[in-house]
Design a protein around this ligand. Sequence first.
Ligand SMILES: N[C@@H](CCSC[C@H]1O[C@@H](n2cnc3c(=O)[nH]cnc32)[C@H](O)[C@@H]1O)C(=O)O
Ligand SMILES: [Zn+2]
Length: 424
Amino acid sequence: MILLKNIKAIPMIEENLIYENVNILIEGNRIVKISKDKIDAKDAYKIDGTCKLVIPGLINLHTHLGMSFFKNIADDLNLMDWLEKEIWPREAKLTPEDIELATKYSIMEAIKSGTSTLVDMYNPSSLIARSMEEMGVRGLVSYGVIDNEKPIDEKIEEIEEAFLEFKDSDLVTVNPGPHAVYTVSRESFIKLRDLALKLNTPLHIHLSETLSEVQNTIKEFSKTPVEYLDDMGIFNAKTIAAHCVHLEDKDFEILAKRNVSVAHNPCSNLKLASGIADVQKMLDMGINVGLGTDSSSSNNNLDMFEEMKFASLLAKVKSNSPTSLKAYKVLEMATVNGARAIGMENELGKIKEGFLADLAIIDLSGVNLNPLNNLISCLVYSANSSNVDSLIVNGKILLEGGKLKILGQDTLMNLANKRKEAYK
Ligand SMILES: N[C@@H](CCSC[C@H]1O[C@@H](n2cnc3c(=O)[nH]cnc32)[C@H](O)[C@@H]1O)C(=O)O
Ligand SMILES: [Zn+2]
């Protein structure tokens, strides 16, 4: 049992609602009681909430955890130059041991920035899922598929095996992740969709990220990437589509009608000069939009606070209106909407009795956060990951007082700095 005592909370159950002073009891992996009155729980581990704020753990809806060795070595390029000239040749050399180390490094970075759930796209899935379990975070582990020499049927077998291996896991689910329309054939797309339907998992893809992706697809198939996938029935599976930067009006309509969730990655889109997604329009049309960082090689960190601020500021410029994407809406993207995208909206993304105990605690004493006025604005416009004090995932404390409770931070950092040399 864990008891958070006298803490401020943003429960994300009603716009702008703040609990000024509450007690929250966690039993097992759930929040069991939230009360203004004293909660008696003698045996509980107590966390003093003085000068602290608790929010739902953040949900990073799109990332590639295995890419942390490539941070800050392939900057200032557009997507295809970055992938083809710099990233794919290096990824071809990555050993499974190094993918594990890079993944754990990224998970550490995520934990320290208040992220409790990660939606990843990489492989091998069983290794990534195991790394998430070992470090205690929640995740959707999408097996990234790019068509190559390895037959698609073999990959499908691997995905199914990994899915079954983690079927009973409290933390992770394995699912298919066809990379994009320019790397995956029609036949593979359909097989991976059928697999997602069979396993009852989401499908995770990159979609309409750059103008050239859209132009090439129109040239080849006389359809936008969104239309091309829709005509194939891909969105029959519950889809998480990363980016959606270049959409035509009919594309917005298709995404809304087919209940596709979008993972918005503002920093990566800016850094690769892909463009600015029209998030306000998506939200206005009822499209579920969450927030992701993409990898730490195109971002170049996994700080969801930075991502929230960029999302809000960019939406204002994009729609030429400062009232676009107000702070509370961005916070929703990083919590409630992320939970909806992975089908967990009834137990994740809010601070509510019965919900899973995934909570991030912010230390409100930071100089950058004070003088303290509106707590919601403070989180989105003033905070960064260094203000994260603690993280609880599935009822377990992973970070406390800014310190990792599990794997040694120094050990991971030293190992990663040594191994990165192999990929320069
Ligand atoms: N190499 C794997 C597939 C990995 S899927 C994930 C892929 O997405 C790539 N990636 C990372 N960020 C982006 C992005 O923003 N757009 C498109 N691809 C990306 C990443 O480099 C990686 O190759 C295989 O075929 O077995
Ligand atoms: Zn990506």
